[in-house]
Design a protein around this ligand. Structure first.
Ligand code: HEM
Ligand code: HEM
Length: 217
């Protein structure tokens, strides 16, 4: 059967690492393992920053510009209209935008959050007490929205599967058996992975240095 390339290596790495990191962030926060929370937080922040850069220089299916659709196309996608090119359909695109906004806000507010005992995000000392407490309360509340978005995301994937469209295998292998009028231009995921490594090293050797040292000791 003919296979069409849909997700490059970086998008797949981004997706599954994000799933693992969100679980680790929740676990570490609930168990007051704040060094681990900070290191996982900096890792997710680097991953999200790379995903945004990849949205400009990555494969056609990763482009941020491909996420914007008219309300007419979005309604048609919900009703099951066929896609002309591989990638997120119009309805799925809005889910991606919502996830990126929620997760970037969660990571940035984390930088300004303090537990008022021992652990301060690296920007706490640079912002006013009012801004830090607003960021802290957003950091708590937005996580509930992230959980709702995850529940809707998984429900949508199950509904597609029941309707005969398996979306998960392409997010693992990068390829789909669906065929399209037009194929997408793909880029090597290694470029995205290299950008991620540079950003992660920069964050872990600056803001994350103390947490990494404690975790390793
Ligand atoms: C997207 C990435 C992140 C996620 C999903 C996340 C998630 C969470 C969750 C679920 C909590 C517990 C909230 C509650 O008990 O209601 C928490 C607390 C906290 N997070 Fe994050 N976090 C992230 C990034 C960060 C970053 C980058 C930092 C700072 C470097 C940070 C600093 C903190 C602090 C200091 C607390 C404790 C607040 C308190 O005890 O009141 N977080 N985070
Ligand atoms: C922490 C939980 C999760 C989050 C935050 C999340 C987030 C995302 C995001 C942001 C995308 C868009 C990828 C991109 O273009 O960059 C995506 C796509 C996707 N996710 Fe997840 N995801 C989660 C869990 C899961 C799970 C558990 C599954 C499998 C059951 C899954 C299956 C998929 C699939 C199949 C796609 C591609 C959808 C399409 O074809 O349009 N996700 N997810």
């Amino acid at each position: 059967m003919q296979k069409t390339q849909v997700w490059d290596g970086f998008i797949r790495f981004f997706h599954w690492s994000m799933v693992a990191l969100i679980a680790l962030l929740y676990y570490s926060a609930e168990n007051s393992l704040m060094e681990l929370h900070f290191v996982a937080g900096f890792s997710l922040l680097s991953l999200l920053a790379t995903r945004l850069i990849w949205g400009f220089i990555g494969s056609d299916t990763a482009k941020l510009s491909a996420l914007i659709h008219s309300p007419k196309n979005t309604l048609a996608a919900i009703k099951g209209a066929p896609q002309e090119t591989p990638g997120h359909n119009a309805a799925g695109s809005y889910m991606v935008i919502a996830f990126l906004i929620l997760l970037v806000t969660q990571a940035v507010t984390g930088l300004m959050t303090t537990d008022d005992i021992m652990y301060d995000g690296p920007l706490v000392a640079m912002v006013s007490g009012d801004l830090s407490s607003l960021a802290g309360s957003l950091h708590h509340q937005i996580f509930d929205w992230i959980l709702i978005a995850i529940a809707l995301h998984i429900t949508a994937i199950v509904v597609y599967k029941l309707k005969g469209k398996a979306l998960v295998p392409p997010m693992i292998t990068g390829k789909t058996t669906e065929s399209y009028k037009q194929n997408a231009k793909m880029k090597s995921g290694w470029v995205g992975f290299a950008i991620f490594c540079v950003l992660l090293t920069a964050l872990l050797t600056t803001w994350g240095a103390e947490s990494v040292k404690t975790l390793l000791s």
